[in-house]
Ligand binder design. Structure first.
Ligand SMILES: Nc1ncnc2c1ncn2[C@@H]1O[C@H](COP(=O)(O)OP(=O)(O)OP(=O)(O)O)[C@@H](O)[C@H]1O
Length: 585
């Protein structure tokens, strides 16, 4: 249960609504039980008439009619109050579910990139949807039925004690057995629920990855194997669910058995007490049978509620596990910073935690405002890592990374990221219109700004060529852009908000050399007063930069201008010759 303590703040937030729910429940239970003494009274009057103690049939009839009217009235009120009770508890639980989902989502957003590498998307999705839904069953139905069970039991016991205290004592004898069995079963349910949720996460992850990678699966023709893997996982999930259901299935019969025992006790001991004259009238026996049966549903629901609570606890444990994760990248201060854009690396080294790969070793360079640096190097040499460190997606291990001569970790994180326009290597576009994808970089952008950005990224003509132009929807529900078109929309998104620093990570690799030339010319104008870094495998993208840096295995092996590097033997000169050859061929 301790995992569920996290939710207490929500109970506190909705305390007044919950309190009114409690009052309504108590009233509903009192009205619901009221028919039992009325039935008892009716039995007595009939008994008296049979025994000849009352002779006037009209008195009997009018008393019975009066009791029936009261029974109908109290039952109607009880029904209305029960409706209100459900409205209160279930509606509140939906509010709490919404709050919890928001809390989890916001926390996911705050977590660093490393967290997303360590955990799989299917698992993240499962915890925010399936697990939160399980927790909702605790927040709503479980709480509601607990309140109902508790109030019903208290109200019924009060009525029973008033009628016959000693008989009440005998009737509740099975309760300790009930408590013990509930405890035993809950432990088993908790264990099995955790496993069920873990399996569900695995299944979701597998499904999500199969859909995302459907093109690869189809092109390799491995659908049968994928189906087999899915069946295996889903069989596992089914078996775990069945093992959970088996334990849950014990509850109901157990409750019915215990209630049955109480009924036998009432009839046996109550009957003996009536015979011995300890209990005066038969109505007590009738009322007791009804009281005990009235307890059947609340007592039986204890099993169900326990199971819900245990499952919710297991789910909340999984949610808490992520909520406890702290963002690795911390914003040092609340005040915004004005960023000009000069960048300096001083002996920077960086090792990725998860792979232990040292991606950068003692890297030092400087790019002043208005300058363009091009980084060239073989694959895996650390080019993208440099850009990610400038955006503080990771923190450096050693050395100093300075922005405007200030340590990057001392700058307001939001200001830093707002001053950067980053075009990643694999352009990601959302399933939304092209307009909204470009506006993502500046939500209040005007139509003119959107078009200018698209023109500068040389993608305007492509967009206007689509039937719906800028309203063309991309992704799952819409068209799929070519690799080069995606890259250019992604460039438009980065330049639209006019950032001080522009980082282009091999983002022209999928466009032809002519378009590349056109974009570079546009960028040359745009980046005049900015700091820009272009990562590329092509000499054509790098040659006009103020400075070119060659990376190899995380170290700078050559640097200079295009002309400097052509005069030096090394990777750049070789690459130039190779690419020139390819062009001529
Ligand atoms: N997120 C990551 N987690 C762990 N290791 C990583 C991560 N990203 C990169 N690496 C490793 O760090 C090294 C440098 O990678 P990086 O992506 O910076 O190279 P790159 O020069 O940009 O390569 P490419 O030209 O292929 O994009 C590689 O060995 C890579 O395997």
């Amino acid at each position: 249960m301790k995992n569920l303590q996290h939710l207490n703040k929500y109970f506190y937030r909705y305390k007044w609504k919950l309190l009114s729910g409690l009052v309504i429940t108590i009233a509903a239970r009192i009205f619901a039980i009221y028919y039992i003494p009325l039935i008892g009274k009716s039995t007595v009057i009939i008994e008296k008439y049979i025994n000849g103690k009352v002779t006037d049939i009209e008195t009997v009839k009018s008393e019975l009619a009066y009791n029936i009217m009261l029974i109908i009235g109290t039952t109607l009120i009880a029904a209305f109050l029960t409706f209100l009770m459900r409205q209160t508890f279930i509606v509140v639980s939906r509010h709490m579910e919404y709050d919890l989902k928001n809390e989890v989502f916001q926390h996911y957003q705050d977590l660093s990139l490393n967290f997303y590498k360590k955990n799989r998307t299917g698992d993240l999705m499962n915890r925010i949807s399936e697990d939160v839904s399980k927790v909702r069953l605790y927040l709503g139905p479980a709480i509601m039925y607990s309140v109902t069970t508790f109030t019903s039991t208290v109200v019924v016991l009060i009525f029973m004690i008033q009628a016959a205290p000693e008989l009440t004592l005998y009737t509740v004898i099975p309760l300790p057995v009930l408590a013990f069995s509930i405890y035993k079963l809950s432990v088993a349910i908790h264990k099995r629920s955790t496993i069920v949720q873990q399996y569900l996460s695995k299944l979701n992850t597998f499904t999500q990855e199969s859909f995302s990678g459907i093109a690869v699966i189809k092109s390799y023709g491995i659908e049968p194997q994928t189906n087999e893997n899915f069946t295996e996982l889903s069989n596992g999930s089914r078996d775990k669910n069945i093992s959970l259901v088996k334990v849950q299935a014990f509850f109901f019969p157990l409750m019915v058995l215990l209630i049955g025992i109480s009924n036998i006790i009432v009839i046996y001991i109550g009957g003996r007490q009536i015979i011995s004259g300890q209990i005066a009238n038969i109505d007590v026996l009738v009322e007791f049978i009804l009281y005990v049966n009235m307890l059947t549903w609340p007592v039986a629901s204890i099993g169900w509620v326990t199971s819900l609570v245990q499952q919710a606890d297991a789910s909340q444990e999984r949610i808490n596990e992520f909520l406890k994760e702290k963002p690795e990248i911390i914003n040092p201060k609340a005040e915004a910073d004005k960023i000009d854009g000069s960048i300096e690396f001083k002996n920077v080294s960086f090792t990725y935690d998860d792979t232990n790969i040292t991606a950068l070793k003692n890297v030092s360079f400087k790019v002043s405002k208005g300058e363009t640096l091009a980084i060239i190097g073989k694959t895996g040499s650390g080019k993208s890592t440099i850009l990610e460190l400038i955006g503080r997606l990771y923190d450096i291990d050693n050395g100093e990374l300075l922005i405007d001569n200030r340590k990057i970790n001392d700058l307001n994180l939001k200001s830093l990221r707002e001053s950067i326009g980053y075009v990643p290597q694999d352009a990601f576009l959302f399933s939304d219109s092209i307009r909204n994808n470009i506006k993502f970089g500046k939500t209040d952008a005007t139509e003119e700004e959107i078009i200018t950005a698209a023109k500068n990224a040389s993608v305007h003509k492509n967009i206007t060529g689509f039937n719906k132009g800028y309203d063309t929807v991309l992704g799952e529900r819409g068209i799929t852009l070519s690799g080069g078109q995606k890259q250019r929309v992604s460039i438009a998104r980065a330049i639209i908000h006019d950032p001080e620093i522009l980082l282009f990570d091999d983002c022209l690799s999928a466009v032809d050399t002519e378009t590349e030339e056109e974009i570079l010319n546009n960028l040359f104008e745009i980046t005049k007063n900015k700091t820009s870094i272009i990562v590329s495998h092509r000499i054509s993208s790098a040659k006009n930069a103020d400075k070119i840096m060659i990376l190899e295995d995380g170290q700078i092996v050559q640097e200079g201008t295009h002309n400097d590097l052509l005069e030096t033997e090394g990777y750049y000169k070789e690459l130039y010759a190779k690419q020139l050859n390819e062009k001529e061929m």
